[in-house]
Design a protein around this ligand. Structure first.
Ligand code: PLP
Length: 281
């Protein structure tokens, strides 16, 4: 494991955050999580684009050029020596005497952690994971990958306490997304997922899956679906950088049909891409 804070590489356990760091006091910042397969970051470009979009959305500049941030991430990766890694990257609005409004000028601060990737166990990958539902209580700008994750943290805790793997937000009957994942269902051969609106994070894995579906000629509809549709779906799965695509076995203790014809085809192609990018690059 290796970490970076502000302008230097540090030990992950080193105490480096100044008390008036705005990420720490307000959650005033944004982040990304990038998966590394066999030493190669996967979909780095897409993650950097989303990072830039999130920064812009909160009126914050980046502390360095995108090229330099990428170079630092690669350096951190190399220093870590980890092949199957996860790069956590966050940028905050910096360090300033505590005030709500933006410091002027503000000096954004980058931090990073590179560690061993969290992976779904082969058992969970095969059997699927149970989820619970929870009321959608988040704000109206969920597409920004903001550090403010309290509702997500609380939802995930609720899932853990229920022995489930993920909590799925439901907004007046409509399924939005998981606390740290997007959601897909299959009905009569069509792949459905919530459209990329303000109500969800526009997951990079979600995008890759839609792209693969198109490649495989699977009909796709980006439209909202209800909790009832989830319960009656032929297939249902979660997507995220860490989970890739993972079947949902049950919702609130009710077993689903558990089909995985399209999921398995899509996931196999996903795994190929994580290898192919390495060959191509
Ligand atoms: N939705 C939320 C709320 C998330 O936090 C995440 C990732 O952590 C995702 C979806 C999945 O996004 P990605 O595929 O880019 O990891």
């Amino acid at each position: 494991e290796i970490a970076y804070y502000h302008d230097r590489f540090v030990d992950v356990d080193e105490r480096v955050i100044p008390i008036q760091e705005r990420g720490h006091q307000f959650g005033d910042g944004i982040y990304e999580v990038i998966r590394v397969y066999d030493g190669e970051p996967f979909t780095m470009k897409e993650h950097m684009e989303r990072l830039e979009k999130s920064a812009e959305a909160i009126g914050m500049g980046l502390p360095y050029s995108r090229e330099k941030i990428e170079a630092l991430a690669l350096e951190a990766l190399e220093r870590s020596g980890i092949q199957e890694a996860e790069i956590y990257m966050q940028i905050t609005r910096g360090i300033h005497l505590r005030q709500h409004h933006y410091p002027d000028p503000s000096e954004p601060v980058l931090s990073m952690v590179v560690k061993e990737a969290r992976k779904l166990t082969p058992e969970k990958r095969a059997a699927g994971v149970p989820v619970i539902t929870t009321e959608e209580i988040r704000w109206k700008m969920c597409w920004i990958k903001s550090l403010n994750l309290l509702p997500n943290v609380m939802a995930k805790q609720k899932a853990m306490e229920a022995g489930a793997h993920e909590a799925v937000f439901v907004d007046q009957g409509t399924v939005t997304e998981g606390s740290s994942s997007n959601l897909f269902i299959v009905k009569d051969g069509t792949l459905l997922t919530h459209p990329a609106t303000n109500a969800i994070l526009h997951g990079i894995t979600r995008r890759v899956i839609l792209d693969i579906a198109e490649e495989l000629g699977i009909p796709v509809e980006e439209r909202t679906f209800t909790l009832d549709e989830l319960l009656e779906a032929d297939e249902a799965f979660l997507s995220s950088t860490t989970m890739e695509a993972a079947s949902i076995s049950a919702v609130d203790g009710r077993p689903l049909k558990g089909g995985r014809t399209l999921l398995d085809r899509i996931h196999a192609r996903f795994v190929e891409r994580t290898k192919k990018e390495k060959v191509d690059s």
